[in-house]
Design a protein around this ligand. Structure first.
Ligand code: GBH
Length: 432
């Protein structure tokens, strides 16, 4: 077999988000976020876990940068906690919060690691939620102001606006398993439109103030397949695709909504679709799982599943989704901003963490990505989710996505076998 080789300029990285790794939720003037509120309410998060301790990255970022350097990482995707910068989501910035991200960026750049900054990874300031959150159009304008503060503060080329608007819509507003815990399909669509408007407004601000930098959304895409050959299953899979993928891709790239998924229009104002379809300089693609859909519009799980019940190990899905984006929205540079596997790995008596399942998952998916690149997908880089074990939202600390193990008592970091495997891949450019 010919070895799978990546070009030297392919960028290898890892991703985290603020609420999941920082901890220190009450320090240096940070305001309360919707996830602090949500996690503090019994029953919302497994075992009553909260954003503390996280992986305590707020205090340990220098050590984490050193670790990234040792692993040979070339890019670190992190998010800014909006309530650290604007504790109430508006007004003059909290300088201590800003300073943290400046030091983080300086440290990364000093270590030769490119920062990629996500502006919103779900930790909305609670004060904005109290005014209606994403159901309130004003939140989109507040977001653009916050984005401008960050653009001016951080000398960073690559930016991402909203992490997974789909998850906010579906988990935050439909099933309610995420903050703010709303269960209302109609309200979900209003939030959806305002999230996308926020994306467009913030993209415009970057283009106006900092030409030469790049920005785009981070979309979690779910390739959907009919579970069998029946016309009913095919039609169901097509419908699912409109909800999962086209509801986000089409407004952002074409300035239109798929009518069957966007069934409410009263919140759409003149000019909104033009703002939402502001040029995408780089598309963040996040892939974890495919969806096989039967004639009853139900999901059928048919590939290996580990500790996260929703995550089927199906590498071809990454290949397919990359080629689909390439076909439907040609020319846009793609960065994989998340891909990874949850396990419940523990430290073994020999002191290591032997996460063979994760290595298999990564090998399969990186191989599938390579095949997509050969077939024409313009993928510039890949970020594994996640650098560190962290707060896995409603699952709390029970599901570990890190390539580095975190002991939540001592905050000791131990690179898992997958991290050492990834280091070799980065060093050699060859998939083994
Ligand atoms: C991404 O979310 C996030 O960007 C990241 O923060 C997160 O840690 C990572 O992936 C791993 O999950 O239990 O059937 O109701 C992925 C979106 C939303 C997928 C919640 C799983 C639960 C499905 N996730 N969803 S279910």
């Amino acid at each position: 077999m010919t070895p799978v080789r990546f070009p030297r300029d392919f960028v290898w990285g890892a991703a985290t988000s603020a609420f999941q790794v920082e901890g220190a939720t009450k320090e240096d003037g940070r305001g309360v976020s919707v996830w602090d509120t949500f996690a503090a309410t019994p029953g919302n998060v497994r075992d009553g876990d909260t954003g503390d301790p996280g992986a305590d990255q707020y205090h340990r970022f220098e050590q984490d940068i050193e670790l990234m350097r040792e692993l040979g990482l070339e890019s670190y995707r992190f998010s800014v906690a909006w309530p650290r910068v604007q504790p109430t989501g508006a007004g003059r910035p909290n300088l201590k919060g800003l300073d943290y991200y400046k030091r983080l960026v300086d440290g990364l750049v000093g270590a030769g690691i490119r920062p990629m900054v996500t502006l919103f990874h779900w930790d909305l300031p609670q004060a904005l939620q109290d005014e209606g959150g994403w159901e309130n159009r004003e939140t989109a304008y507040r977001f653009a102001e916050y984005a401008e503060i960050m653009y001016d503060a951080l000398h960073v080329r690559d930016w991402l606006t909203i992490n997974e608007p789909k998850t906010v819509v579906d988990c935050g507003y439909r099933t309610g398993i995420h903050a703010p815990g709303v269960r209302d399909d109609d309200r979900a669509l209003v939030a959806c439109h305002h999230l996308l408007l926020a994306h467009g407004l913030a993209s415009r601000v970057l283009h106006d103030r900092h030409p030469g930098r790049r920005i785009g959304p981070a979309l979690n895409l779910h390739p959907t397949y009919p579970a069998d050959d029946s016309p009913e299953a095919k039609e169901a899979a097509r419908r699912q695709d409109a909800r999962e993928n086209r509801l986000y891709l089409e407004p952002v790239f074409n300035g239109t909504y798929p009518e069957e998924a966007m069934t409410r229009h009263d919140m759409i104002m003149d000019g909104d679709m033009e703002i939402i379809s502001e040029k995408v300089d780089v598309l963040g693609v996040q892939y974890y799982t495919p969806l096989f859909i039967d004639a009853e519009q139900r999901r059928v799980v048919r590939h290996p599943v580990r500790v996260a019940g929703w995550l089927e190990d199906y590498p071809d899905g990454l290949h397919d989704v990359l080629l689909r984006v390439t076909r439907d929205h040609p020319g846009v540079p793609i960065v994989i901003t998340e891909n990874g596997l949850a396990t419940d790995d523990a430290v073994s008596p020999d002191g290591g963490v032997h996460d063979e399942d994760r290595i298999d998952y990564l090998r399969g998916h990186i191989g599938a990505m390579h095949r997509a690149v050969k077939a024409g997908a313009k993928v510039e880089g890949y970020h594994v989710w996640s650098l560190l074990d962290n707060f896995e939202w409603a699952e709390g600390y029970s599901q570990r996505f890190g390539i580095v193990h975190v002991d939540y008592e001592t905050q000791k970091r131990i690179p898992k076998d997958s991290a050492l495997w990834y280091r070799d891949l980065i060093e050699t450019g060859e998939l083994r």
